[in-house]
Design a protein around this ligand. Structure first.
Ligand code: PEP
Length: 252
């Protein structure tokens, strides 16, 4: 029996409500649910409700928000809360994506608080971790990953640890066309599981890899059993291309 795989599409600031609905309609027309494959879509927050409606009851698809505030409501102009995302159809939230950390100054502490509020709203946090090129070249990958992960494990109640999902996304691989090698990705995935296991968390935390994944490299990456799926930006923006990528490796 193959292990279950998650294919997550991060659309970033692409596909407004109409384009997002058209994408889903096309994607549904060219794909069918497959056992052991879960498809997660992260549209911009303004497109969450239309995407959720368009997906309907397709059992293999979950909708996610790209970001939420750590408070459930209040005077935070321009922000979206986890309960609001939930109401719009989200079941997952991307937390601490490197663009949030590096372009919007999100701190490790804020990331941890967002994970907590996401769980409180009954949603699954997909927590993104990853080192910059300078950190990797300086031999600090492990230190950075642990530094980013520990505040999440400190703040999230132990009872919720089993609901965490992690994405390893090296910053130098995101949107650059340069993906981590399967060996490098697998090594960091093991490190993440080791850091989680050290806290006494039992079971296998799902860890996805993200960073320039495409139809040409996805099979080599997923051939490594340490990877539980992929988080994909650029290669998820076209419905036919994304359908092809998620269909690779599936039994005909
Ligand atoms: C991402 O946005 O999470 C990502 C991995 O982007 P890309 O696939 O374009 O590198």
């Amino acid at each position: 029996m193959p292990r279950p795989l998650i294919y997550a599409a991060n659309w970033k600031m692409n596909h407004g409500p109409d384009a997002a609905r058209e994408f889903i309609e096309r994607f549904l027309a060219v794909t069918a649910p497959a056992p052991d494959r879960s498809l997660w879509f992260f549209p911009p927050s303004i497109s969450l409700a239309p995407v959720s409606r368009a997906v309907g009851s397709r059992p293999d698809i979950l909708i996610g928000a790209q970001n939420v505030h750590w408070e459930p409501k209040g005077a935070f102009t321009g922000e979206t809360s986890a309960p609001m995302a939930q109401e719009a159809g989200a079941r997952v939230v991307l937390i601490g994506h490197s663009e949030r950390r590096h372009l919007f100054g999100e701190t490790d502490d804020q990331v941890a608080r967002k994970a907590v509020t996401t769980l409180r709203a009954g949603l699954v946090p997909l927590v993104c971790l990853g080192e910059t090129l300078a950190e990797r070249e300086g031999g600090r990958t492990e230190q950075v990953i642990v530094r980013q992960l520990e505040p999440v494990l400190d703040k999230v109640p132990a009872a919720d640890w089993a609901r965490l999902v992690v994405a390893y996304e090296p910053v130098w691989a995101i949107g650059t066309g340069r993906n981590a090698s399967p060996d490098d990705a697998a090594q960091v995935h093991e490190l993440i599981r080791f850091a989680v296991g050290r806290r006494g968390i039992s079971g296998r935390v799902p860890v996805l890899y993200g960073g320039s994944v495409n139809a040409g490299n996805v099979l080599a990456l997923l051939a490594r059993p340490e990877l539980d799926g992929v988080l994909v930006g650029g290669a998820s923006l076209d419905p036919d291309g994304w359908a092809e990528l998620v269909g690779l490796g599936m039994a005909p």
